[in-house]
Design a binder for this molecule. Structure first.
Ligand code: NAX
Length: 324
């Protein structure tokens, strides 16, 4: 058996974690021959619920699960870990603006960013807790972990967009490729149908209804989270967990030839984004690291969407500048 991979999950008593943890433990993510140790972080009031998660893990008798630790101390949770799923944060309450949420959750990522210095040298950090791009920026700015190890999750947006396009074209989701989602995990994200391909051909050959693409597809992807909340009474959980695990795996596996995956990473100025922002880009794995796919083009309409979400991220950075 290989050495165990040590995965920290924050917000481990929450609903996304409840869907993610059992998949991690079962071997569904890293395979049946890869032992996994889980390090579960919560805040003190949630520790009792977290104990019940550990009990259920015991009750599954997973052959791949070789250890579980539970703690409310980030330094302990991140000690020696190879991957961190940073899900823990407070949800947006009634009447709370996005800026309020940023100010409430931002400080969590200052302390946890510092605690990540205890991680193993190969650690990869995935920030899921919202506002995830800016929380990722805060954690990265407060940590000595190399900046290319940090990313924020746009994968749920990507998965949602992929299914909507596949349904419209009446093809399997696997036929939709080269789909970028630019910018921020927010209502201003830009799911880019212009560069997407279906069955290897430009999407515009398969979906000719441009008004559907601009006036239905884009806003439906942007607001899908709110639609799920309305139907379910709480925010997306299983799909969020699956997206987080897809995201984690995409950084560990070769990217399929000719395609890319989507995550928010540190910009070095690609596509005119301010260097230093955590921006959603199309990526490919390259060696042990990754690279941003460059050279994609956008119409003026697409560029307007792109500039809007870029501006939103600039404003978010301004709100938390004292935490960076
Ligand atoms: P829950 O409220 O069910 O769980 C959050 C958990 O985090 C709670 O158990 C809470 O005790 C814990 N927590 C709070 N502060 C903490 C801290 N300082 N350290 C450790 N744990 C802490 O929310 P859930 O539905 O699991 O969602 C978690 C986060 O994911 C939210 O911020 C949510 O907005 C975000 N999402 C992000 C998505 C994305 O695409 N990036 C999509 C799904 C989801 O909406």
């Amino acid at each position: 058996m290989a050495d165990p991979i040590r995965v920290a999950v924050t917000g481990a008593a929450g609903q996304i974690a409840y869907s993610a943890i059992f998949r991690l433990a079962s071997g569904a993510v890293f395979g049946p021959d890869q032992p996994v140790q889980l390090s579960l972080l919560e805040i003190p009031p949630a520790m009792k619920v977290l104990e019940s998660v550990a009990m259920e893990l015991d009750d599954c008798a997973f052959p791949t699960l070789t250890g579980v630790t539970m703690t409310d101390q980030a330094e302990q949770a991140f000690d020696g870990i190879n991957a961190a799923l940073m899900i823990g944060s407070r949800p947006r309450g009634p009447g709370m603006e996005r800026a309020d949420l940023i100010r409430v959750n931002g400080p969590i990522f200052v302390g946890q960013g510092k605690a990540l210095n205890r991680a193993a040298s190969d650690v990869r950090v995935v920030v899921v807790g919202n506002p995830c791009n800016t929380n990722c920026l805060i954690a990265m700015s407060n940590s000595d972990v190399p900046k290319d190890r940090f990313s924020a999750m746009m994968r749920l947006d990507y998965n949602r967009a992929k299914t909507m396009l596949a349904n419209k074209a009446q093809v399997p989701v696997t036929d939709v490729t080269n789909l970028a989602v630019w910018g921020n995990h927010s209502n201003n994200q830009y799911p880019d149908f212009e560069n997407a391909r279906i069955q290897g051909r430009p999407l515009s050959e398969m979906i000719t209804d441009e008004s559907w693409l601009k006036d239905t597809f884009v806003p439906d992807v942007q607001t899908r989270g709110a639609v799920v909340i309305k139907a379910r009474g709480s925010s997306s959980a299983a799909s969020g967990a699956i997206a987080a695990l897809d995201h984690l795996l995409s950084f560990r596996q070769p990217t399929p030839a000719g395609d890319w995956f989507v995550a928010a990473v540190l910009s070095a100025g690609q596509y005119g984004v301010d260097p230093g922002l955590i921006f959603g880009y199309p990526l490919r794995v390259k060696g042990e690291g990754w690279e941003i796919v460059e050279g994609l083009t956008m119409s003026d309409w697409g560029r307007t969407k792109f500039e809007k979400v870029l501006d939103e991220l600039r404003q978010e950075r301004e709100v938390v500048k004292d935490l960076l």
